[in-house]
Design a protein around this ligand. Structure first.
Ligand code: IFG
Length: 526
């Protein structure tokens, strides 16, 4: 009898323990959407303290029979499927789908969202993303990715759970131009590297990819009417390596890849300076009629097109015509920087004529801030990098300014004196220096209303491969993305650095070779 009684007590005890364990592991900490580490920081987050769980069988429903919305749904499914193993399908739904699914829909008339804004409504039953445009849905998709554990970015199946804190996010950008530049001239980077660079921009809601396609050391884009530009001008690089160039098909592939992520490619042909690669390719472009030697050093300011010769303008017209034809975006960047070998009285009419050529091919002009010495056409943009007078000259002519101050935004600058890559002529730029500035107040006379946005240029005199690119770009890029998206009054380094520290795991999962700055509490220290 005693044994039976003992067994009964034992059984009840074990059952009770199991029940308690079951309860404890399902009653985890309440969620708090406002404590998530989204970068850029959203405008408005309202938590409701529960979870939406992605489970097997989940589908992504798009509201309209629209290829574009279906593509965005596919993009999200492709980024969730590998790690979750859910084989998520994209379907069309006229109304809200049944619980447990994701719903993408265009909403009309939420003016505050603008072109790129979105509203993310997360309940226990449904994850709903709304926007005025597909572009806004795409930006919101990046937030969904960041609300899931870092492991969701793995390319192979991981254990879940895959849960998202519930609540509502209303979000939209402060500036319309948020980008980075990759100098593919000093060192050439192939299509796959450019696509990976593009993926980084998309993940942080940036929308402009500026490609510095020509310089003294390399011409990187095939121009069919001037074939030697790529064949000769593209045949080397800093240090004498093999260089390279994009065929027009490869460039079109890059443009399409960027466009699918709602990123506009801004191609730059730097002129009249920074043109040694072209001057080495065609003798007739030189005032003395002699072709220059190819150049593999890192000096600047020694080259100039011959602004007095008519053939120079035929060259510019042919190049811009072919480039404009394969560029879907509205801008052509004409460079204009460091024209120390061009007299100002020659530089000004040259830039005036080049602006007319760009306009004749249906594009708008961006140039480094020196172009403000010329008469800027309406809708031009002066990219401020070093000279505040030029920036003010541009504004006085009614042009807009793209902020790329070398002392804050040049990501070829070393983090500090021990950084093995990069330069420091402008400044050492640690991660906090890169974040702690407001484009709307940095330059006297240039207010928010004059600024289209910000861009972080990566010059590649010392940058040879993707590992080097990643080391200089991360962890500074997310900060530039936030400066372009989130108004200064909503930003501060002491709060941001904790969100950034949580992205360290994401960089690791994405196999990004990032600089583990001592300024960031990566391991979660306070
Ligand atoms: N200035 C030159 C770049 C590059 C850069 C390196 C501009 C606009 C120094 N021009 O920045 O070509 O050499 O930090």
């Amino acid at each position: 009898m005693i044994i039976k009684k003992w067994n009964l007590i034992n059984t009840v005890f074990i059952f009770t323990v199991l029940m308690l364990m079951q309860i404890s592991c399902t009653t985890r900490m309440p969620s708090d959407l406002s404590k998530e580490s989204i970068i850029p920081k959203p405008v408005e987050v309202t938590p409701t303290g529960d979870y939406f769980a992605l489970k097997g069988g989940i589908a992504i429903y798009v509201q309209e029979e629209s290829d574009e919305l279906a593509k965005i749904g596919r993009y999200l499914a492709d980024r969730l499927n590998p790690a979750t193993g859910y084989n998520i399908e994209v379907k069309t739904a006229l109304n809200e789908p049944r619980p447990g699914n994701i719903f993408l829909k265009l909403s009309s008339g939420d003016e505050i969202l603008g072109d790129e804004g979105y509203k993310l409504i997360i309940t226990k039953k449904l994850l709903k993303l709304e926007a005025n445009n597909p572009e806004g849905l795409f930006r919101g998709v990046q937030t969904i990715r960041q609300l899931l554990p870092a492991a969701v970015e793995f390319a192979v199946k991981q254990d879940g759970p895959w849960e998202i804190a519930t609540g509502t996010i209303v979000d939209y950008p402060a500036y319309s131009y948020r980008g980075a530049m990759l100098d593919v001239s000093r060192h050439f980077f192939g299509v796959d590297d450019v696509k990976r660079f593009t993926d980084f921009l998309a993940y942080y809601k940036m929308n402009k990819l500026h490609l510095h396609l020509s310089d003294d050391q390399g011409w990187r884009i095939e121009i069919k009417s001037w074939p030697n530009l790529a064949i000769i001008g593209g045949s080397t690089q800093v240090g004498g390596g093999p260089g390279g160039y994009y065929t027009q098909e490869q460039y079109a592939d890059i443009v399409q890849y960027a466009n699918e992520q709602y990123i506009t490619v801004v191609p730059e042909i730097d002129m009249p300076g920074h043109t040694n690669a072209a001057l080495a390719s065609y003798a007739e472009l030189n005032c003395d009629g002699k072709a220059r030697e190819l150049y593999t050093g890192t000096e600047v300011g020694f080259s100039t097109l011959c602004t007095h010769k008519e053939i120079t303008y035929k060259f510019v017209d042919d190049v811009i015509r072919e480039l404009a034809a394969m560029t879907t975006g509205p801008y052509i960047h004409i460079g204009g920087d460091e024209t120390h070998a061009t007299k100002v009285e020659d530089f000004i009419p040259f830039i005036n004529r080049v602006q007319d050529i760009v306009a004749s091919h249906g594009k708008k002009v961006i140039g480094w801030d020196e172009i403000a010495l010329s008469t800027l056409r309406p809708n031009s943009i002066a990219q401020h990098w070093a000279n505040v007078e030029n920036a003010n000259k541009a504004v006085s002519q009614g042009a807009k300014v793209l902020m790329s101050p070398a002392t804050r935004a040049y990501i070829d600058m070393q983090y500090d004196s021990t950084t093995p890559l990069g330069l420091h002529w402008a400044a050492y730029i640690e991660v906090d220096d890169a974040y702690n500035w407001d484009p709307a107040t940095l330059v006297t006379g240039i207010g928010k209303e004059n600024i289209v946005g910000i861009e972080a240029p990566l010059w590649t005199e010392t940058i040879k491969n993707m590992n080097d690119i990643e080391y200089m770009v991360f962890p500074r890029l997310p900060g530039y993305a936030e400066i372009g998206w989130t108004l200064a009054h909503a930003r501060n380094w002491d709060e941001y650095k904790h969100r950034l520290s949580k992205h360290g795991d994401r960089f690791t999962v994405m196999d990004i070779n990032y600089y583990q700055s001592p300024r960031v509490p990566w391991a979660g220290e306070k």
